[in-house]
Design a protein. Structure first.
Length: 95
């Protein structure tokens, strides 16, 4: 699957359905802050789908919802294709 096919109408339908009907808790997995479903799509704090394993690394996982996490658009754009950094085990505050 090419990068462009990830933007297909089937992908967009699945993404919209996952965003609005998914059980993701409306918390950005990158910053752990709330994501509001009421923010205008395309704005920095809007909801977006982050591919844990980036599509540039594994394009075949573009439509694999088990590879998706909720993120603010701005958080997702900052991360790009970098690995997801997990907080240190036992961390009790934001680090």
């Amino acid at each position: 699957m090419s990068r462009h096919s990830a933007r297909s109408s089937a992908y967009n339908r699945l993404r919209r359905e996952w965003l609005w009907n998914g059980d993701h808790g409306w918390t950005c997995h990158l910053c752990n802050r709330p994501v509001s479903p009421d923010v205008v799509p395309g704005s920095p704090q809007s909801a977006s789908v982050d591919h844990v394993i980036p599509t540039s690394v594994a394009p075949e996982r573009a439509m694999d919802v088990t590879n998706w996490r909720l993120a603010h658009l701005v958080c997702n754009q900052r991360r790009q294709a970098a690995p997801v950094v997990e907080p240190p085990r036992g961390a009790t505050r934001r680090w």
